[in-house]
Design a protein around this ligand. Structure first.
Ligand code: 2RA
Length: 337
């Protein structure tokens, strides 16, 4: 069985990666409809050796597609996802627009596949934020084994999380600085080249940023556990692809490092970097991969139930495109075949 699929935001970083991964995984596509705003409509994209014209989303009849991958920004999803859902196109939405609505499932296939059944409420499924996805893929087996009371996390997030313009800004600033020219910042609140910025998204009233609170809200929803406490600091670093995270977790009962490593060795989607010096990094291990890499697993010497972990994944792949496609594959396997 094959499916007609539309991709809204087909000319963006995530949209293009979705197309690459659909091809790589030989996703069962019958017809592909790349969609974008009127500004990008008419561009030609390549898919499976064919040139396909990008269509104007405003003029598209969503009943022509059974599955839609949306990654064109929150306001675009707010406008088109309900229209598509009502037309029978099941939307997998990569924006934060619907993530916190009670009747919309928020899915990481390795973590909460059972919640996918709720897609029937509105034909919309939300893909979580990149920094949440990789964290929960790694923490799921620990949560199941002993429960997690509290997560302290600092992120080291690449500029691709902010889209193509943010990547261009890092490249330009780096080149300008190396040539002794002054730099300008447009996509970040400070210079990003040769710097780190403890701000991703806007500040909220409680002093945390929206990126940080996404990790709090989404962890509770995906784990189905309102008692898990999350204390994040999200930081942008001058890296193009891949997010890293330093975690200090407090479990509900004691678990040894060896037990955690055994759980991670067998966890779906996880690659355990077992030896201390084999820690994963964005460039060396995670970029271009679909797995979540975990290293530096060790006991927290300051807490009886504390474990430290270092978690790295490709934010555009597992943090966005791959996770969305895995959701679609699960949907097909459990509900559409
Ligand atoms: C970022 N989490 O890295 C965002 C992307 N969704 O900026």
């Amino acid at each position: 069985q094959k499916f007609d699929v539309c991709i809204l935001g087909a000319t963006g970083l995530v949209g293009k990666t979705i197309m690459e991964i659909l091809e790589e995984r030989d996703f069962p596509i019958n017809k592909l409809y790349p969609l974008a705003s009127a500004r990008s409509a008419g561009e030609i994209i390549e898919f499976k050796g064919e040139s396909i014209e990008v269509l104007n989303a405003d003029e598209f009849d969503f009943s022509q597609a059974q599955i839609g991958f949306f990654s064109a920004g929150g306001s675009i999803s707010a406008k088109f996802a309900p229209i598509a859902g009502e037309a029978g196109c099941i939307v997998i939405d990569n924006t934060s627009e619907f993530r916190y609505e009670d009747d919309i499932p928020l899915i990481v296939p390795e973590v909460n596949p059972g919640a996918l059944a709720e897609y029937r409420n509105r034909n919309i499924i939300a893909n979580p934020n990149c920094s949440t996805i990789q964290m929960l893929v790694a923490l799921k087996p620990i949560q199941d084994a002993v429960g997690i009371d509290r997560i302290n996390v600092c992120t080291y997030q690449s500029v691709s999380g902010g889209g193509k313009e943010s990547m261009d800004e890092l490249a330009k600033q780096t080149a300008d600085l190396l040539q002794g020219k002054p730099v300008e910042s447009q996509n970040f609140s400070r210079q990003i080249a040769f710097n780190v910025i403890p701000q991703i998204d806007v500040f909220l009233e409680n002093g945390y940023t929206k990126e940080e609170m996404k990790m709090v809200w989404e962890t509770k929803k995906i784990f189905g556990d309102n008692n898990v406490l999350v204390n994040p600091t999200a930081v942008r670093v001058p890296v193009f692809f891949g997010h890293a995270e330093a975690l200090h977790i407090e479990t509900r009962s004691h678990i040894s490092v060896e037990e955690v490593k055994d759980l991670l060795r067998n966890a779906p989607g996880v690659v355990l970097c077992d030896n201390d010096a084999d820690f994963p990094t964005q460039i060396g291990e995670a970029s271009g991969k679909d797995e979540t890499f975990v290293g530096r697993v060790r006991e927290d010497i300051s807490h009886p139930n504390g474990i430290n972990l270092w978690i790295v994944a490709d934010n555009i792949r597992k943090g966005a495109a791959t996770n969305s496609i895995q959701i679609a594959e699960l949907l097909i396997k459990d509900y559409l075949s």
